[in-house]
Ligand binder design. Structure first.
Ligand code: 6GU
Length: 257
């Protein structure tokens, strides 16, 4: 997969993309992530990328010119050799646009969730465009035929952090990105083995057996794997009921209950 990020603040991406699983996924060639500065595509010598809104009002709006020019530059760059390997269905897809999906990060967007992450992880290529100021000139969304994603109902200063969240959630789903293939499966919000109900994770313990007077539950030391699995399942359900009852209701609805 190739991910392009278009932003006015490319430096913000330097450290988040270069640790742990994201770093390893890039080194392994599972994903190539390229960050491009929209300001490099400004037309004037002041490198202007924003302007006052027509009709008046506060704040500044991102101009369409630099974003379009930056997009057109980036869209021409082919995915690096080999990054589509192992995905014959996608490689063969007739008329597949070279640039893949175009996503504007904005609080007006569709809320991001695990199922959207799974969907995006199927793509060969993503182009994420992070906005600053009051927002994008509307012709950016329309002209680039972009979808819009938000990461939640609160306002960030720009789309950069949202782009990082999406990259993190998507890349860890690429086959081979996690050391242990199973560890993505039992994570909160993933689909369970036997049903489609999203549950919170059961509690985890590691050594020592007693820490400051707090003991690891006996059952986890029992060696009875069937009992342990059952206990974990109950814990997941109980925690979900207590902390995120909305997930259970949503699960019921999705099952038609
Ligand atoms: Cl994608 N952008 C901004 N500026 N704020 C947000 C967001 C995005 N998602 C939630 N809040």
């Amino acid at each position: 997969m190739r991910i392009d990020i278009l932003t006015l603040f490319p430096e913000m991406f330097e450290s988040p993309l270069n640790y742990s699983i994201l770093k390893r996924a890039q080194e392994q060639g599972l994903v190539a992530i390229a960050v491009t500065n929209i300001r490099d595509f400004a037309a004037d010598r002041y490198r202007k990328v924003d302007d006052k809104p027509y009709g008046g009002g506060p704040g500044m709006v991102m101009m369409p010119g630099p974003v379009f020019d930056c997009f057109e530059h980036v869209a021409k760059l082919a995915p690096p050799e080999g990054l589509c390997r192992g995905r014959p269905a996608l490689e063969a897809r007739a008329g597949c646009p070279r640039h893949g999906r175009v996503i504007l990060l904005t609080p007006q967007g569709t809320p991001f969730n695990q199922s959207k992450a799974r969907e995006l992880a199927q793509e060969d290529r993503l182009i994420l465009i992070a906005g600053r100021y009051e927002g994008f000139d509307e012709r950016i969304r329309v002209g680039l035929n972009a979808e819009q994603i938000s990461i939640g109902d609160y306002i960030l200063n720009g789309g950069e952090l949202a782009a990082m969240v999406i990259v993190d959630a998507v890349v860890r789903l690429l086959p081979g990105a996690l050391g242990d293939e199973d560890s993505a499966k039992s994570d909160s919000f993933s689909v369970g083995a036997n049903d489609d109900l999203p549950l919170l994770e059961y509690p985890h313990y590691t050594r020592p057996e007693v820490f400051r007077g707090l003991k690891v539950p006996d059952i986890l030391l029992s060696g009875d794997h069937a009992k342990i699995a059952q206990w974990r399942r109950e814990q997941s359900l109980e925690r979900t009921r207590q902390w995120r009852p909305d997930l259970l209701e949503r699960g019921d609805r999705e099952k038609g209950g």
